[in-house]
Design a protein around this ligand. Sequence first.
Ligand code: SF4
Length: 385
Amino acid sequence: MTTRVALLSREQIDRLPARAREVVEYRKSGLSLNHIQGCPLDCAYCIRHTYGLWDQRVPRALMTDAEAVEELVNHRYFQPHVTPVQVFNRATDPFLPAVRPHTFAVLEDLDGRGMTNHVLVITRHQMKAADIDRLNALKHLKVTLLFTYSGIDNKDIEPYPSHVAAESLKLMSAPDRRRYRTVLYWRPLVPGLNDTDEHLDQAYGLAGHADATVFTGLFYRDQIAEYYKANGLPEPYEDTARRKIVPETLERRVLAAFDTTTPLFRKTSCAVAYAHGLPDYNGHYGIRELCDICPLSQLDLCASAHRVPSPSQIRDASGTLPEARGLVVVDITDRAAVVSGLETEQPRYYLQHALGFQVHDVRHPHVERRHGRADIGWKEDKRDG
Ligand code: SF4
């Protein structure tokens, strides 16, 4: 496999921030592969701020695609056919011209190994008609294309126009027969920026093209807030009343803008699972208040897959992870297992996907009704899901 973006030298890699050097990392919606980093699209709220990579605008590779796939499938968190995978969702766009050959190389390598895992590919870039055939040629993977669309027209916040993602969504959703699925990834919804009735109507119109739609709020961490301040961008965190009240009001308006036949979800994994006719792989069914907008057939599917694990099943599932040696099962309810003794979130996500059941950390108790709300709040809640 060839590397189409420049391959960094060992010395250059050693100079990267520690987290940027981690090319396989568990994130909420799956095990994330990020051996290409750098993006020129400049969304002001980009997660790259939090990895010390904001200034890296040209995509560069930390290793070849073949090496990266080897690292992924041999990672202790990777379970063939089970672990949901995300490709290039942290530091670049998978369909930038220089990056797309790498995206296909990774997908084709995984597919060639007979893997049936979910693979999430999140893009706001232009896709091409030839991409349809290439994706349809994959035989095993469950691929979902998620099209990031916000409708934000403030060029200081999102210089790359949202209509490109909208056109890509329409193009890729058009074929009657296709093996991959499409999701309108409607985010970030920011009160005052992209929440007029017209914005909501436009998103609803686009949702009709997608297999499913998910709406979420803004990932607004400290480094991103600093960037907003330094660049004089209108900060969403202005007054407490707005922060507390508007997201709930906005959620009600979003729900009202949709009809019951257009599938809409609060959680990414729910939209992805629904699009493939499968139960949610994150076990959100236990968090009952998330499901009140879900199609009835999907509710039945998730209900039939919902299994509350026993303490020993949880301990068995964590048995291969050295970092989970101190794991203690504190409580198990119909909603979630509550555990302690995990230093980081990554093993918790592993357990969640291994068990198809929510696993929460005792240090961060979930508050009822908050779970579904945090995603549309100003600050994405790291405890969520
Ligand atoms: S039933 Fe609940 S958990 Fe399942 S997909 Fe719907 S919202 Fe998600």
